[in-house]
Design a protein around this ligand. Structure first.
Ligand SMILES: C[S@@+](CC[C@H](N)C(=O)[O-])C[C@H]1O[C@@H](n2cnc3c(N)ncnc32)[C@H](O)[C@@H]1O
Length: 215
């Protein structure tokens, strides 16, 4: 069970798809794992449950971090929680695994929200404002042989993520993929997505993916 303060992203299909991929990784007492955009800490808790010995969780939201800390303690783990913008708080460190389920929903404009629930999903017009930064920053904090597990929607353009990570010298594969019906946020933007040609008229399902990239 995970507690959740109001406004913190409730774990959902993307969280659990990524958590299942994470559970397939070899995690041990020496594993240094970074959970970028931790929310409730669901992925940090799963990593620690699976044996990862050194788990660090980062989020920009104080509420999310408080929630993640409480959840890690409730599950008997000591997760280090750090507030900041993506990898900024750990720029001088290296990790064996970086896991991230960032905001990736295409929005009306390119101004990111600075507060409120939408900060958990809005990611600019193409939904890539955070993804593009992660594609650059995550490889910089990965140890050689380390693995990035990154969730995104097919709406964001998987090829762009793939090529950005390859440009950083990582080798990329699709670790998991599933089609799910639009939830509340995407349903409200369906006409916008149709107008932009992101979906076919009447299409109301989204492809979720987890990319696995090895350094
Ligand atoms: C889609 S939620 C994912 C939460 C959780 N990892 C999960 O899978 O359930 C994205 C999270 O990213 C956080 N976030 C948004 N912008 C961020 C940034 N620039 N740096 C770090 N975290 C950020 C939000 O506060 C939110 O908790």
């Amino acid at each position: 069970m995970l507690l959740r303060l109001p406004g913190v992203y409730p774990p959902q299909q993307d969280t659990w798809l990524l958590a299942d991929v994470l559970a397939d990784e070899k995690l041990g007492s020496g594993t240094r794992l970074l959970d970028l955009c931790t929310g409730t800490g669901a992925l940090s808790v799963r990593a620690a449950d699976c044996g990862a010995g050194h788990v660090t969780a980062i989020d920009i939201s104080r509420r999310a971090l408080a929630t993640a800390w409480v959840n890690s303690r409730l599950h008997g783990h000591r997760v280090r929680v750090l507030r900041g913008d993506l990898t900024a708080p750990v720029r001088d460190e290296l990790f064996d695994v970086v896991v991230s389920n960032p905001p990736y929903v295409p929005a009306h404009g390119d101004t990111l929200p600075t507060r409120g629930s939408a900060r958990a999903w809005d990611a600019g017009t193409d939904g890539r404002l955070l993804l593009d930064q992660i594609c650059v920053q995550a490889p910089e904090v990965l140890a050689t042989g380390g693995v990035l597990l990154l969730a995104q929607s097919a709406l964001n353009g998987v090829a762009k993520t793939w090529s950005m990570l390859e440009e950083q010298g990582l080798s990329v594969e699709v670790a998991a993929q599933v089609d799910i019906p639009f939830g509340r946020v995407l349903s409200a933007r369906a006409e916008l997505f149709e107008a932009r040609g992101l979906i076919r008229p009447g299409e109301r399902t989204e492809g979720l993916l987890v990319l696995r990239a090895t350094k």
